[in-house]
Ligand binder design. Sequence first.
Ligand SMILES: [Zn+2]
Length: 335
Amino acid sequence: MSVLTPEGALERAAEAGIHRLRIPTPFAVGRVNCYLLEDRPLTLIDTGPNSGKALDELQGQLKERGHSIDDLELIVLTHQHIDHLGLVEILVEHSGAEVAAIGVAAERLANFSEDAESEDEFAVQLMLRNGIPSEVAFALQGVSRSFRGWGSKAEVTRPLADGEDVAFRDRTLQALHRPGHSPSDTVFWDAERRILIAADHLIAHISSNPLIARPLDGSPERTQALVTYIESMRKTREMPAEIVLSGHGEPIVDHVALIDDRLVKHERRKEKIYGLIAEQPRSGYEIAQAIWGNVAVTQAFLTLSEVIGHADLLVNEGRVREVDDGEVIRYETAG
Ligand SMILES: [Zn+2]
């Protein structure tokens, strides 16, 4: 039995007509992986961000395979983040391609500007309620606004249900909703070839951030992003995938080991956070500072999402409770 390497996995995907296109982004994460599916319909899974540089590179990489943007017949979106979907409007204008995405996200995707504004407002309130100083919260809101131009609205013409099969000439991909990293994360499963196109649900070189977000159904409660993400990872763990193609970096050829490793790390971080809360009641921000120091300021929303996610696990286990003094929420041990 030969052991599949990430390079070998890319080759095998390419033999199956799935080609990785690496599109530049202005974000710390670096390039985003889009996947060209050479099938009927000719399909692009994710688009890259809305920038001239991304568009140029996408055009160049399509041309290398003998295609142009006008040839695209279907664009599939894996989730709501702008590094993955920013070019969708421009690509649809040129190609008239259909746009497929998980149906529960369609309304949000169609109202991108208003939705991004609401999401930023939500993030500011969340940060303030968890003890982040207002100047930090508002500075981050400004950063987020300045990035909005890399996004785009998307008119989903082909809303997908969880578990729905998308039929192509040469294959069937099953759309599976796997929220956690974002509420709309969707993975695409080729059962015949045992290839999972997973986008940011699973990334080899970085642990996907379970970012706290507004639920897709418009309810005012925040998501329990990490709780949801762990459930989603457990489902993916059970799949007999041989190759997992990610939204950033290299393919994953041992997803069970990777998921097990991530689950252990979350368990460890949860116990570390429990230890900090057991010492004294602390706000989410105070916990983040105790763990990450100054990174808790520069990456305040990211680190707060991590803390709240693990605190949610502890609250659900009945070991920790939230105490609200009307301004700031603090965590203390329960029982
Ligand atoms: Zn993402």
